[in-house]
Design a protein around this ligand. Structure first.
Ligand SMILES: [Mg+2]
Length: 363
């Protein structure tokens, strides 16, 4: 048997919004969002804790956010600043381990089972990292500590902001049993609604289901649900994981049948994709649109361009072209997705890292 792993998930608190409040004293203590604007369509990229008290959250259409709080401040994103801070915090992580898997600019998994300072307690390491981040960036982060990625990620969200939460090995199963299904990482709104419909409201409910029954209901991902209901997740922390594509998608319930609603939804998906590209500093040449119709039939339409794209306006215009190649005018839409492949970007194409991970596997 393998010795239990020690995994930390670090997540900066309201990252983009906190950076804007750090750098602009007039923004402090105020409801603020990054991205979007009150007048045009578009979604909120991040919301300050003051804005969250009005029920505003990331990915919310900016018009809705504005309606909830008419004195809301809309700050323009400054990705170059966020990227620089992201490098700062990754340098902090590397003082403890090289097994760092960034998920976005503001969050990462760390495997500290073996760590450079030789500290036995992962909780102590997490606390030290939080302190370093606070001193060196004047920002706060929350940390989750556990035996695998799934549990560490849930733990980091438990005591936000500036929280630290440990799920010890013997606590894992009871913890998951009482957990509401919509708090499971990887269970989105539509899946949660379907689970509720099946009478699955908590981890304990999920655990009643056999693997075969979950696969029958949810497809391949049913296997993942079966394992996480038991606190099992053996995915390794993968430093410098190379993405083949970056995508975003949304499901709709009820289905979308109105052309304007479909275009708005497509714009939101494009914005999410754009944010993910920003956070990975990536661009790509092939854009793929995925459409799932109300009858679950799924189609994709792709276009490969001569040069890599990363700008929201360009992505959206290609996406709208691809939409004309679908049947959305005649069939209600259950899901829209966009992904970019043939990627280019610093953090993606790093052949020395490929060789390194190969060497590790062979060694
Ligand atoms: Mg965060």
């Amino acid at each position: 048997m393998n010795q239990a792993r020690k995994i930390i998930h670090i997540d900066m608190d309201a990252f983009y919004a906190s950076v804007e409040q750090r750098d602009e004293p007039r923004y402090r203590g105020k409801p603020l969002v990054v991205g979007g604007s009150p007048s045009r369509r578009g979604a909120v990229a991040a919301a300050s804790y003051e804005a969250r008290q009005f029920g505003i959250h990331s990915a919310m259409p900016s018009r809705t956010a504005y309606q909830k709080c008419p004195h809301l401040i809309f700050a323009k994103p400054r990705f170059e600043v966020y990227r620089a801070i992201s490098e700062q915090i990754r340098d902090i992580f590397r003082r403890y381990t090289d097994l760092v898997e960034p998920l976005a600019l503001d969050e990462a998994y760390l495997d500290v089972t073996e760590n450079k300072p030789g500290i036995a307690s992962a909780t102590l390491i997490a606390r030290e990292i939080q302190q370093c981040i606070q001193v060196e960036t004047q920002l706060t982060a929350s940390a989750g500590v556990s035996i695998n990625k799934f549990l560490a990620k849930i733990a980091s969200a438990m005591n936000k902001p500036n929280g630290l939460f440990l799920i010890a090995p013997q606590q894992a199963e009871p913890f998951i049993e009482q957990l509401a299904i919509e708090r499971f990482y990887g269970v989105g709104q539509v899946t949660a609604a379907k689970m509720h419909h099946l009478g699955i409201f908590t981890g304990a409910d999920l655990k009643q289901w056999s693997e075969a029954a979950l696969v029958e209901q949810f497809g391949k991902v049913g296997r993942f649900y079966y394992k996480i209901a038991r606190g099992q997740d053996d995915r390794p922390v993968q430093p410098n994981r190379i993405s083949k594509s970056i995508g975003a998608e949304n499901s709709y319930d009820p289905d979308l049948s109105d052309r304007a609603a479909i275009l708005t939804a497509l714009e939101e998906v494009a914005e999410t994709l754009h944010r993910r590209l920003e956070s990975k500093q990536a661009s790509g040449r092939t854009l793929t649109l995925k459409v799932k119709y109300a009858d679950y039939q799924q189609i994709t339409r792709s276009k490969t361009l001569t040069a890599a794209i990363d700008q929201l306006e360009v992505i959206l215009s290609v996406a709208e072209d691809l939409l004309t190649l679908t049947d959305v005018d005649h069939q209600p839409v259950r899901l829209l997705g966009l992904s970019l492949s043939n990627l280019e970007g610093e953090s993606l194409e790093a052949p020395e890292y490929v060789q390194l991970s190969l060497a590790l596997e062979l060694g």
